[in-house]
Design a protein around this ligand. Structure first.
Ligand code: HEC
Ligand code: HEC
Ligand code: HEC
Length: 386
């Protein structure tokens, strides 16, 4: 009779019990400060690389050279990644004390394909402290980070600073003493000192937005009901008093100037205007102006202003609504139905049209600040004053 299987079982059982007793005794150091043994480190890296290479098969990268994507990625890198990985303008804050140590990324990045990077940034790496993306539905944001990581190795400190912070950290309003601290400390970096974004459609314009919508959408980010790996952590850190203050502050800034209509897109603009004013009845899409203006009708203050907003941002939000990936306030379901009927071409047309408008009546500082905080008033008869 062959006794080997029985011996093997006894030996393995003995090792398992021994291992358990050693762990139970507490003599195994789990401290992060001393690092891994070289062999453990090699093995963990090997397993990570193999896993990423296999798991990222089949992921398809979009065009990654869009300036808007790089800008958006840079804005988040500074707060979400640089504390561990460092950046061209500062060393990491607490990498020294971690096991494994978060690597200095530039020399590593060329080893990964965009799909691999997408996988690492979206899902993080178990047992290392490398976190996953906070909003798993937002693949577009993860790609923005990948687009930035591809540029990172070639960036000097000055270029990096400009990408991550913009022109000027200090808010340049006429009343700097009335500027909430959160604006100068944080929001300005991405939404710019005048609240009009930083170009390329990476960050939405906030200037002149209606305070009721502004506060509701920040609260939705904070609760995780509007999904964004970039805005959710920022909103979650604000108190309700700060949200109200920020909503009032941004509403008081002059609304964005219209984008100059491009003669080459005049036809698209006409098509967009028609959708905004009449909707697309065959596709059961209602007229946008009923809720978003411009119109002389007083509208629910929880409906956002779209005039002068970046067309790329508007298209992205419509696509997210259509894909059921954008939540928001208690009214967000309205937009999911509206967007479901629109084709991508129609989204572009109507977005371009809104981008080309100057904020009209119903969107002046006086109206927004004084009326928008008033109780909800839907579809009241047109204002008789011109
Ligand atoms: C809490 C610290 C921490 C934060 C925050 C963090 N990382 Fe990491 N990251 C790590 C650690 C630790 C590893 C190392 C995994 C390993 O090599 O074992 C890692 C690995 C990586 C890698 C793989 C590098 C390689 O070749 O091994 C990439 C790429 C990366 N991180 C990008 C990012 C990006 C982009 C962000 C921001 C969205 C980010 N990380 C945020 C800790 C962090
Ligand atoms: C790191 C860059 C970054 C910073 C800093 C930042 N934001 Fe944002 N913000 C974004 C991005 C990107 C979006 C669009 C997110 C999306 O697609 O949902 C956004 C969206 C918003 C929106 C929604 C706009 C709309 O029309 O629906 C509000 C409101 C907002 N941010 C307010 C703030 C405030 C207030 C601060 C400062 C406390 C701030 N943001 C700081 C990047 C940033
Ligand atoms: C019945 C009212 C209603 C109609 C009609 C409507 N919307 Fe909306 N829309 C809303 C509401 C409410 C929100 C805010 C949802 C939230 O985030 O809570 C919104 C949000 C949006 C946003 C996101 C804005 C931002 O700053 O993030 C876009 C873009 C948009 N609508 C476009 C359109 C277009 C284009 C049409 C016409 C085809 C349209 N809407 C018709 C009510 C409406």
């Amino acid at each position: 009779m062959n006794h080997w299987p029985r011996y093997a079982a006894v030996i393995l059982g003995g090792l398992a019990i021994g291992g358990f007793l050693i762990a139970a005794s507490g003599i195994v150091p789990i401290k992060a400060s001393s690092g891994h043994w070289a062999i453990t480190e090699w093995f963990l890296h090997f397993a990570m690389r193999r896993s990423i290479a296999t798991q990222s098969l089949g992921i398809e990268a979009p065009a990654l050279d869009e300036p808007g994507l790089v800008l958006k990625g840079a804005g988040h890198y500074e707060t979400g990644c640089a504390p561990c990985h460092g950046s061209p303008q500062r060393p990491p804050t607490f990498a020294e004390a971690m096991t494994p140590r978060p690597p200095h990324l530039p020399p590593r990045l060329s080893e990964w394909s965009p799909d691999d990077l997408f996988y690492v940034v979206k899902h993080g790496v178990k047992f290392t402290g490398m976190p996953g993306w906070p909003a798993l539905r937002r693949d577009d944001e993860v790609w923005a980070m990948v687009a930035f990581l591809r540029k990172l190795p070639s960036l000097g400190a000055e270029e990096y600073r400009w990408l991550a912070y913009g022109e000027n950290k200090v808010a340049l309003t006429e009343r700097p003493e009335a500027t909430p601290i959160a604006v100068t400390e944080s929001c300005t970096r991405c939404h710019a000192t005048d609240g009009r974004g930083r170009g390329a459609g990476a960050f939405p314009k906030l200037a002149g937005q209606r305070p009721a919508y502004f506060a509701a959408t920040l609260e939705a980010y904070a609760r995780g009901e509007r999904h964004s790996g970039i805005m959710e952590p920022i909103a979650a850190a604000l108190s309700s008093a700060e949200v109200r203050e920020l909503a009032r502050y941004y509403a008081s800034l002059p609304g964005p100037a219209a984008m100059r209509p491009d003669p080459a897109t005049a036809r698209a603009n006409e098509r967009g205007k028609k959708i905004a004013e009449d909707g697309a009845p065959k596709q059961r899409v209602p007229a946008c102006v009923a809720c978003h203006g411009p119109s002389s009708v007083r509208r629910n203050p929880a409906y956002p202003v779209l005039t002068g907003q970046y067309a790329d941002y508007l298209v992205l939000q419509l696509q997210l609504f259509k894909a059921q990936q954008r939540g928001g306030s208690g009214y967000a379901h309205i937009m999911r139905r509206v967007a479901a009927g629109l084709s991508v071409a129609q989204m572009r047309d109507v977005a371009r049209y809104y981008a080309s408008l100057t904020p009209g009546p119903g969107f002046t500082v006086e109206n927004v600040v004084n009326k928008a905080m008033a109780p909800r008033s839907r579809f009241v008869p047109p204002d008789p004053t011109p």
